[in-house]
Design a binder for this molecule. Structure first.
Ligand SMILES: [Zn+2]
Length: 415
């Protein structure tokens, strides 16, 4: 329910502040500022060139049940994922669970961090504001492991985020002293695009001083939202990666300044992923789909339709990798929900929420691509949701020393 309220709160704020809030963005996270005074000495970034497969990690969010996705071959709402990826090209783990512990919350931010860090944790919002969902992982994310081990530029370790989960913009690095900001992932989202746009508009000028100041204030506000880069020297130059600037420049040429022409919702995430594969050539790409969660509003059709939209998006992304020399036969797809949903027969829509019920803990993993085992049957032995991080480490060949040692990688796909 938290995220439902959070979404309502966000929408309310957006309406209240009009375009200012709608244009909220954050540029600082795309920068490479110096570490704050007193920070531990950085470790040298991995110098090893990366020659392994690329990985497309798909968060099947926000929260889906097995029942509408992988349980029933005849009635699945994601036939491409089920028949083509899981059955024909890969493997299905149909008995994956988030640890059945009432302290381990089944919601979107938490589930995303279990995937990213390989550990369950009781995350507390560190801003102490209601519904802020600002969580800080204490152990590294897979992006940090990857970038520390290999010579990978920031724009090739990407997370694609939706429009209205601003707190997720900050799940890009942990506060682990040996990893952290230096090895963080880079986010592509409309939020980031709008910050790029503001910087460009301010640079171009050609407007009244009042308008210019309003844009500067908005940009400052956005940059200050990332409390975790606060404390950096105020005069640190905002050096934005040239690759990302070039990416957003092309996006702007194509879609313009309004933010209204481009696809919306999870279709936008698919479009951003297709552009990223073409323009930035990421080696590790995570796509945080979210729209099935609109069923919190009470309309079951939102949910099933969103599952189908994600399925169609994955078909397009898979086709794109097969048509691209850089990715063909060298890309592994991993699909995992952030959490399940309730199966509450007392509710008109049994899967409307995800209140830590048994069903909300029940998820699955689909894996497909080169090097992934193709057994005849699905793996129905119990497996842990947080195993995905160690699995990505095994596929890409980097160590993941801080993952939950008891969970381990999903061995059967690596056999
Ligand atoms: Zn939700």
């Amino acid at each position: 329910m938290t995220d439902y309220l959070n979404r309502r709160r966000f929408l309310h704020k957006t309406t209240a502040l009009g375009t200012a809030a709608a244009a909220l963005t954050l540029s600082a996270d795309q920068n490479q500022p110096a570490p704050p005074a007193g920070a531990p000495a950085p470790l040298a970034q991995g110098q090893r060139p990366y020659r392994g497969p690329s990985v497309v990690l798909v968060r099947f969010g926000g929260g889906v049940r097995r029942l509408e996705t992988i349980t029933d071959a005849e009635h699945t709402y994601c036939p491409f994922i089920y028949h083509e990826l899981a059955r024909r090209r890969g493997i299905l783990f149909n008995n994956v669970s988030i640890e059945p512990n009432p302290r381990i919350v089944t919601s979107h931010g938490q589930g995303t961090l279990y995937i990213l860090t390989g550990r369950y944790d009781r995350y507390e919002d560190i801003t102490h504001r209601p519904f802020a969902d600002r969580f800080e992982p204490k152990v590294p994310t897979i992006f940090e492991y990857f970038r520390r081990h290999y010579d990978i530029p920031p724009h090739q370790a990407l997370i694609i985020n939706g429009e209205d989960r601003i707190h997720e913009e900050f799940y890009t690095f942990s506060n682990h002293h040996q990893y952290g900001i230096r090895y963080r992932s880079t986010v592509l989202s409309l939020y980031r695009y709008k910050s790029y746009l503001l910087r460009e508009q301010i640079r171009a000028g050609g407007m009244s001083e009042a308008e210019l100041e309003a844009r500067r204030a908005r940009l400052r506000h956005m940059e200050n939202l990332d409390y975790r880069v606060q404390g950096m020297p105020d005069d640190a130059p905002h050096v934005v990666s040239p690759e990302l600037n070039a990416f957003w420049r092309k996006w702007r040429e194509h879609y313009g300044d309004s933010g209204l022409v481009n696809p919306r919702g999870d279709r936008l995430l698919t479009t951003l992923a297709l552009w990223a594969l073409r323009e930035l050539k990421p080696r590790l790409l995570m796509i945080n789909y979210q729209d099935p969660d609109y069923v919190h509003w009470g309309n079951p059709h939102f949910y099933t339709r969103s599952i189908a939209i994600i399925d169609d998006g994955l078909r397009q992304i898979h086709d794109a990798t097969q048509a691209d020399e850089a990715y063909r036969d060298n890309t592994v797809f991993l699909i995992v929900p952030d959490c399940g949903r309730d199966s509450n027969r007392a509710m008109p829509v049994p899967f409307q929420h995800h209140f830590n019920t048994r069903s909300a803990h029940e998820v699955f993993v689909v894996a497909a691509g080169p090097g992934i085992a193709h057994p005849r049957a699905a793996v129905d032995l119990p497996r842990q949701h947080c195993s995905v991080a160690a699995t990505v480490g095994r596929i890409m060949g980097f160590p993941t020393p801080e993952v939950d040692a008891g969970a381990g990688a999903l061995q059967e796909m690596l056999a």
